[in-house]
Design a protein around this ligand. Structure first.
Ligand code: WTA
Length: 655
């Protein structure tokens, strides 16, 4: 029997494809066109990217070399000069887009603001001038710890404009976590707000910054504070400045600094398999090009679209697909401060209706929360403006996919399930709507120019429908360049996990995957000690280090267990030091301790006290067994390397 083709499966309706009219008007109109593009790109990736770079971006100076690949170090568009803030703002001002809405913002209490490209440009220039006034120079790092307000995007673009790399820290991280990141990045300036609104309460961000700086971040000499919530806020004389005070006298003109293609654009910290978060470094031109073109094709972006990504700017999704990708394309991007909450479970659908959102991009965990809140909320709103839906962050379960498709997309909107990572900068495996038919739960096929495969640890492709490691076999423009301050960790983690052979290098993503009979990719989840709680990446080691930093804790092991709403929930196995009582009180105390060390997103759902942890004879904690225990499953697999079987029996019996 011959292999089933995508076309034959489509006929059997195992795939979803929007109507013919959609495809006719799409950027990429058919599977054929995608395949041709893909093959052309695969035959000569640098040529493919160079053609797009020429067509899609403004350059102050053209590059000399498209790609300089000295594994694992890639340099793209070497010798070229550009500026991503220029591409996101200035170039639109000479077109009709000058007065188009660039940013539509909705605050949680219901206040709102729209900034046209001209207005956004002006505020970005003002903030860039304020940075200069505060002594910031090209190359200095700037910390951004902000709620979801326009000034968060303005701050990022102002950094990019003067060539000061930003490091955005998610507002849900604790003072301690903020401090670690500011210290590692040696930030010179921090931009924050008095507070932000989240679930009807004020998150006091400035207070957290004060705490972080109290613990000692010698590099920071100024803090710029945006007034958002208006509560009483301590301002340290000589160090802290209100944005509105300095903005009043700041010029709205500030030329964009010509940046070398490979100049650092930002650092974004992400969890890995050690206790220390990694500073993922992205650079200017390649990141700009890749986020630009993936936004355009994957969301089939049109000038009439109103695009809304519900992520936070503190994550890569907010960087690439709220700020840089959409604005580089001259799109209208929506930013929402709040989260669905019991006082307003329909708030997302209100935003869709109010602004006529056409493209909506969110996470499976949010979809599962919507399902729980009930379909009467979306059904009570007019969602007919929607034409494309997207999802990111974790594999989407069939139930969530079908609900999203039926209740939100009215069985009409394609769903783009985008697989990518902080490290990849942009979408790697994703449907292109209208061209690539979708199957629920599959991220489908690689973006043109991305050579992806599923391989074993020797780099050999595994067979059809066999599980293996997701790997990328050719550099791409928005790949991370290094781990900030730790090039060795970059090489080890990403490029040596699967050893290179015959000059072929493999980027190791840390995800397990399989390819089906049509070549579609199915991402199965992390294969390392990284767990995903509500789509947020957390290293189990990070949580363990937080736990053992408490004097009551002798040893801790953290695993994820399946959770209906959050994807995974955190379970910590803890043995306590002599003299401490393992009880409810300590349970509460330790959970709170993790919150203050990392943030509420890392709070363990469950702490299990135990005298001992199951270890191998060489002393390694056998997490696999703990995962089984946490999930309430039978212990699977080999336990012969276990040092002391009675530990396991005790844990099982709950003793
Ligand atoms: C997971 C978020 C399945 C994956 C952009 C990856 C996904 C990690 C998908 C990166 C998807 C992201 N299907 N899994 N569509 N998208 N992931 O760095 O495990 O926060 O390695 O970037 O999320 O998380 P990060």
């Amino acid at each position: 029997m011959s292999q089933p083709t995508i076309e034959s499966i489509l006929k059997e309706k195992r795939l979803f494809q929007p109507g013919a009219e959609f495809s006719q008007n799409a950027h990429i109109k058919s599977l054929d066109e995608y395949q041709r593009l893909y093959e052309k790109a695969a035959a000569d990736p640098p040529k493919f990217w160079a053609e797009l770079a020429e067509k899609e971006l403004h350059w102050f100076k053209k590059w000399d070399t498209v790609l300089d690949w000295q594994p694992p170090n890639a340099k793209w568009f070497v010798g070229g000069q550009t500026n991503i803030a220029y591409n996101c703002l200035d170039r639109h001002l000479t077109t009709w887009r000058k007065n188009k809405a660039a940013l539509i913002w909705e605050g949680e209490p219901g206040d709102s603001r729209t900034l046209t490209y001209a207005q956004l440009h002006r505020e970005v220039c003002q903030m860039a001038n304020v940075f200069k006034q505060l002594g910031v120079k090209k190359g200095d790092r700037i910390g951004i710890y902000m709620p979801m307000i326009p000034e968060a995007a303005i701050a990022m673009l102002a950094c990019a404009r003067i060539g000061a790399p930003h490091t955005v820290v998610f507002g849900g991280f604790s003072a301690e976590a903020l401090k670690d990141r500011l210290v590692d990045a040696e930030a010179k300036l921090v931009i924050t707000a008095d507070g932000g609104w989240r679930k009807d309460a004020i998150v006091p961000l400035k207070e957290q910054v004060d705490k972080a700086l109290e613990h000692g971040v010698p590099s920071v000499d100024n803090v710029l504070v945006v007034q958002r919530t208006g509560q009483n806020t301590h301002m340290e004389p000589g160090r802290d400045h209100w944005w509105h005070d300095l903005q009043a006298n700041a010029s709205g003109e500030c030329p964009a600094e010509p940046m070398e293609s490979e100049d650092m654009l930002f650092i974004l910290y992400t969890s890995g398999t050690t206790g220390k978060p990694k500073g993922v470094v992205h650079t200017t031109a390649g990141y700009n090009l890749y986020t630009h073109i993936t936004t355009q094709w994957t969301f089939d972006l049109k000038d009439t679209d109103v695009y809304w990504c519900t992520a936070d700017v503190g994550w890569i999704t907010g960087h690439s697909y709220i700020v840089y990708g959409p604005l580089s394309n001259g799109a209208t991007t929506v930013m929402y401060e709040g989260a669905p909450r019991s006082s307003n479970p329909g708030c997302f659908w209100d935003v869709v209706e109010k602004y006529g959102v056409t493209i909506f991009y969110t996470a499976p965990t949010a979809i599962r929360a919507f399902i729980k809140m009930g379909e009467h909320h979306p059904k009570a709103r007019n969602l007919s403006s929607l034409r494309i839906l997207g999802t990111v962050g974790e594999p989407i379960n069939p139930e969530a996919w079908v609900w999203y498709h039926r209740v939100i997309g009215k069985e009409r909107c394609p769903i783009v399930d985008t697989w990518w990572q902080t490290e990849t900068g942009g979408f790697m495996i994703t449907p292109i709507p209208g061209a690539i038919p979708t199957k629920p739960g599959s991220a489908t096929l690689p973006f043109p120019g991305i050579i992806a495969d599923v391989v074993d640890l020797d780099g050999n492709p595994v067979g059809e429908n066999q599980g293996g490691y997701l790997a990328i076999k050719h550099p791409w423009p928005s790949m991370m360049r290094t781990v900030y301050g730790d090039p060795d960790r970059f090489r080890r983690t990403y490029w040596e996990h699967i050893p290179p052979k015959d000059g072929q290098y493999f980027y190791f993503a840390g995800d397990g995957a399989r390819r089906d009979e049509t070549g579609y990719f199915w991402v199965m989840g992390r294969v390392d000690d990284v767990i995903s709680v509500s789509g947020h990446r957390l290293g189990t080691m990070e949580i363990e280090s937080a736990l053992v930093s408490h004097p009551a804790v002798a040893e801790a092991a953290v695993v994820g267990k399946p959770d209906e709403l959050r994807g995974e929930a955190i379970v910590a196995f803890v043995s306590v030091e002599e003299g401490y009582d393992a009880g409810d009180e300590l349970d509460k105390l330790l959970k709170q301790h993790v919150v203050s060390e990392i943030g509420a997103l890392a709070r363990p759902a469950e702490i299990r006290f135990t005298d001992d942890l199951p270890k191998t004879r060489s002393g390694k904690i056998m997490r696999r067994l703990l995962r089984n225990l946490a999930a309430g499953q039978e212990i699977a697999g080999d336990t012969s390397t276990l040092q002391d079987r009675s530990v396991l029996d005790k844990l099982r019996s709950g003793a």
